[in-house]
Design a protein around this ligand. Sequence first.
Ligand code: SUG
Length: 448
Amino acid sequence: MKSYEVNFDGLVGPTHNYGGLSYGNVASQSNSQQSSNPKEAALQGLAKMKALMDMGFQQGVLAPQERPDVAALRRLGFAGSDAQVIQQAAKEAMPLLVASCSASSMWVANAATVSPSADTADGRVHFTAANLNCKYHRSIEHPTTSRVLGAMFANQQHFAHHAALPAVAQFGDEGAANHTRFCRAYGEAGVEFFVFGRSAFDTRYPAPQKYPARQTLEASQAVARLHGLREEGVVYAQQNPSVIDQGVFHNDVIAVGNGEVLFYHEDAFLETDKMLAELTSKLAKVGGKFQSVCVPRSAVTVDDAVRSYLFNSQLLSRPDGSMLLIVPEECRSNERVWQYLQGLTGSGGVIREVKVFDLKQSMQNGGGPACLRLRVALNETELAAVNPGVIMTASLYDSLTQWVERHYRDRMTENDLADPQLLLECRGALDELTQILKLGAVYPFQIN
Ligand code: SUG
């Protein structure tokens, strides 16, 4: 049976703004308070989806969330009408209003961890929504994420959904941003690679000194258990704490994998040799030949990687078995990174082509091409069981583009977030979106 990697991209929501909310994420901190352009952000994301679809890749779309999250503000004690809740929060606790307005759900690599059916004990595709417990503005995403994923992958014969892990730092889980799967073919059993930043219970693992390690070993292990993964099909590795302290807040900022290939920076992991040996032997057991492409620090520094997002790229398989790297424009403007990429594609190795996309609006909050997509490996039967409303087509692209043009503002600052009219605009837009994507009622304003 045929199998595919389907990339579901997060559609940027109408409140996209630069709130400076993510300590440890260099771009988010350095662009704090700049004015944003939600319309441009959404169109940049849609252009990437369309381009990948046009290249022949399977492409889907994941809906944004209701923002401002008035229900979240009510849980923090703000009361009255929706407009009063927003105005009171703006007056008394602006940082909380900003957090409740973040369009951060666009970075759907953090929406969930997904295990394809070939890896799981019950032969279903498993999803665990990420609790995103490290940052308040992200911790409020998972209930709606679960409803949206449930509406996209509704068929219980093929899809199993798990609620987010307990909402405490010891089970901090950032989803697929710290998870990669290696396999010979998408429909065959593979090796799932979980990368954690620290251990919550075992003091033998070092932790970063400056910035938070968002993913714990214990969270990764819990997800592997929930998904029914075989021990032989899992490898755990620790992120190098020193790169977290240099701004690598998720592993997908310093490594990306696809098929049998891991593309990573020399400083990305601890005990790299042991990890590579384990990946090689476990992949061999399922018939695969693991390959690694290490980028030496002499060619690209960790700082270059963080600024250019070289590794937050999408590594995609082409029909001839070679691979294509989708990188952000920032890679072309970094001389060392661009030079490295020219050498890489010209070297006769597996990565043969680089395509550049302008995702500046998302990049300025620390979200590159890989952050914007959630990969779901599906066989033909499973793909046919996905809600067809969320699979990208030329006509869906047109509808979404027109929808963005109709509803999105082209400038957003902190002051705009305090405007109760914004809530009405967003709800109107999202109500229409759920009809376009055939999701049914998934938002709090639709179900309460
Ligand atoms: O969680 N930025 C996101 C970026 C997530 C990127 N995802 C992956 N690497 N997979 C984060 O730090 C910034 C929001 C703000 O500051 O307005 C933010 O949430």
